[in-house]
Design a protein around this ligand. Structure first.
Ligand SMILES: [Zn+2]
Length: 512
């Protein structure tokens, strides 16, 4: 029990011998994972230790409770503070118990305002220790936290999350001259997209800033790993089958901790989206989030929804736009929805078997029987060495059929030609326009030449006068465009047999 004069028991945190975790570990943690908190309302010495070296010093000194600026949190502050506490309790095996302060009992964590004239100091706090001040969090009345509500997404809410991280036993991940042998994170990890305990706002391109357009609303991947190392994971949080739903109306900057079950990330918006289901993977979902320097966005938008280490999210459903989906090492259902959607597999083609099903495709990993992904409404499949177009009922089918009719069956194997056609189709050419584009690429000028070419490619020999003249007349009279004639030829049974459209549907068609 914490009294105003004696803190609860603490115990050593031992190194994990993993740099990314050790860089965040303080020396001591609370022994009991039931951690109390309170909001002080009095600066009477009956509520604060004045013992030298152990408490806040003499009531006549300049210790935090004795400051003229010291004051309790507002009721709105208290609600937001408790919301921040909950973000830590969601991921770690701790629970927070609220106490009303008495002269006999106060919280392990106590939060109130005091003053640091340095306005850039938003707040400060004390890690678990033997002193009565251990776990206490002080908000600077000179800072914007005294003027701004601590709403999720604001710098102020992230600051409260950061201070609670300290109050639980996390340190800063960067060099501290007063603790110069402590582990520190390398520069690519020492930033706030990976840990709330950092002071640095770099994005993945390394652009430095001094703010986010929207701040993290949960502990991030490295915070979760470190706090779970110290206290254990919260294995009751999202232990069932969960759907994480995202839309365009909201902005997200968070890390998902999920204790089990069959889970889905679902995006219902229309913005282009990247969903990466890998543990410690990063997705771009919903409204874009930026690192900023003096309110100016730096570089591209930053990954804004992360998955904690050790978490398996099985399924992803993308939105209305052109999306990218990345599965993990378990069996995933990846549903692209509308748009031209790409599934990216970070291995070579020959490690996988591709099979067509009634609803799409399955992609099976030879080296891991637990990794068979089901693809639905996925147009493109990108391996590390091969790209396949699977939309033989869509753009890829139009391109393949036109290549067969206009350039001959062998052109199907020309991955460069396939790639050019797909780019044109994906960028908006309709089937007839694509046919026109293909005919123009042949350089042929006269109707006779065009009809002869198409006939020859379909039937393997030049047409007779009688065979070609009706089509030449249609073209010359303008009753049919060259593009439409190319489509007519492309859709003919002779052509689809020639190019083995049924077979292409099984295998997809390669392109570059
Ligand atoms: Zn700090």
């Amino acid at each position: 029990m914490t009294t105003p004069f004696v803190s609860s028991s603490v115990t050593d945190i031992h190194p994990a011998n993993v740099n990314a975790i050790d860089s965040l570990l303080g020396d001591l943690r609370w022994m009991n994972p039931a951690i109390s908190y309170s909001f002080p309302i009095s600066n009477s010495p009956f509520f604060w230790s004045t013992q030298p070296g152990f408490g806040y010093g003499s009531p006549f000194g300049d210790g935090e409770p004795w400051s003229n600026a010291a004051k309790p949190l507002t009721s709105t502050d208290q609600v937001n503070f408790e919301h921040a506490l909950q973000q830590w309790a969601n991921v770690a095996n701790v629970n927070f118990i609220k106490l009303t302060e008495t002269t006999d009992e106060v919280g392990d964590i106590r939060a109130a305002y005091s003053e640091d004239p340095e306005t850039s100091t938003l707040a400060w706090s004390y890690l678990p220790n033997f002193g009565a001040w251990a776990g206490d969090i002080w908000i600077n009345t000179s800072s914007l936290l005294n003027r701004q509500e601590w709403d999720p997404g604001a710098a102020s809410f992230k600051t409260i999350l950061h201070e609670i991280g300290h109050a639980l036993g996390l340190k800063h991940p960067f060099f501290d001259p007063e603790n110069d042998t402590a582990a520190t994170l390398p520069a690519d990890l020492d930033n706030t997209i990976h840990t709330l305990m950092s002071y640095t706002y770099a994005n993945l391109q390394g652009d430095q800033g001094n703010d986010f357009s929207f701040h993290p609303t949960t502990p991030m991947v490295l915070d979760i790993a470190a706090i779970q190392y110290i206290y254990g994971a919260n294995m009751n949080y999202h232990a069932g089958n969960d759907t994480y739903s995202y839309d365009d109306a909201n902005t997200y900057h968070e890390t998902i901790w999920d204790a089990g079950g069959i889970d889905t990330m679902q995006y219902t918006g229309a913005l282009p989206t990247l969903i990466d289901l890998n543990p410690a993977g990063a997705s771009l979902i919903g409204q874009a989030v930026y690192v900023q320097s003096d309110v100016v966005n730096l570089g591209s938008s930053i990954p804004n929804v992360w998955i904690a280490d050790g978490v398996t999210i099985e399924n992803a459903m993308a939105g209305q736009g052109d999306d990218v989906l990345i599965g993990n090492n378990s069996s995933n259902t990846l549903d692209g929805g509308p748009g031209i959607d790409i599934v990216v597999v970070d291995s070579q083609r020959n490690q996988y078997t591709l099979n067509r099903t009634t609803t799409g495709y399955t992609v099976t990993d030879h080296t891991n029987s637990g990794n068979q992904d089901t693809l639905m409404a996925v147009e493109r499949l990108e391996f590390s060495d091969t790209e396949l177009a699977l939309d033989l009922d869509g753009h890829a089918g139009q391109v393949a059929k036109l290549l067969g009719a206009v350039f001959g069956t062998a052109a199907i194997a020309n991955q460069e030609y396939v790639g050019i056609g797909l780019t044109e189709a994906d960028q908006g050419l309709n089937y007839e326009q694509l046919g026109e584009f293909a005919i123009n690429a042949t350089g042929l000028k006269t109707s006779d030449e065009v009809v002869t070419l198409l006939w020859d490619n379909l039937f393997g020999s030049a047409p007779t006068e009688a065979e070609k003249s009706p089509y030449v007349k249609l073209l010359d009279s303008g009753q049919i465009s060259t593009g439409a004639l190319a489509v007519l030829a492309a859709d003919s049974g002779a052509n689809t047999d020639n190019i083995n459209l049924v077979g292409l549907m099984q295998t997809g068609i390669g392109f570059i």
